[in-house]
Design a protein around this ligand. Sequence first.
Ligand SMILES: [Fe+2]
Length: 188
Amino acid sequence: MSTHVKPDNNAAYPEQNPRTFSDLVQTLHDQSTPPTLEQITSWLESTVISREDLRPYTGFKEGNYWRHRVCKNKAVEMLVLCWRPGHRTPIHDHNGSHGVVKIQEGVLWESIFTYQEDRGLSYKSGRECPTGDITGAGVPDIHQLGNPEVSGQDLITIHIYAPPLGVLHTYKVGSPQIDLYTPDESET
Ligand SMILES: [Fe+2]
C-alpha cells in the first residue's frame, strides 16, 4: 500500500523564502494559485527592500494616493502605494481577496469597521502602523487606510493581494448601502 503525501509548500520555508526584491517579484510571478496570508507575510518578512528597489514605483501626486503596480498574474499582485499626508482610501473590503501590507516609509493609519444588515456600517477600532510593520487583512475585513494629515511626511506602502483585486465594495459609516469601486487602473 502506498501513501500519497500531498506536497506541502510550507515545508520548504524558510529556506525558499525570497531575500531580495527581485526574488520576491520572481516568487510572486511563479505562483499559479493564490498564496495564503501566512505565505505572503513570511515572504515579506524575509525580504530586504530598499528605496532604490522601489524607485521605479515611487511617485506622488496631489489629491489622492498613487498606485504603482509591480506585477500581476491570475494568482497574486503586488502594488506600491505613495501617499502624501492626508491621503486615504475609501472604506472598503477586498471582495474575497486577502492582502498583506508592509509599511516601507512613514506611518499608516488603519481603521477597522463592522457591517451588520440591520445597523449598516459601524466603526470598530483603529491603529497606527509604523515603518517596518507588516500587517495582514483576511476575509472579510472592512477597513480604511491612510497617511494621517498630522504625520508631516510621505508614506510608501507595499501591498500584495491574492487573488488580485477586482471590483471592491465601499461603505459609509451609519449606512447599510454598499457601492462598487474599481481602483484606478490607468496609472498602475
Ligand atoms: Fe484594503
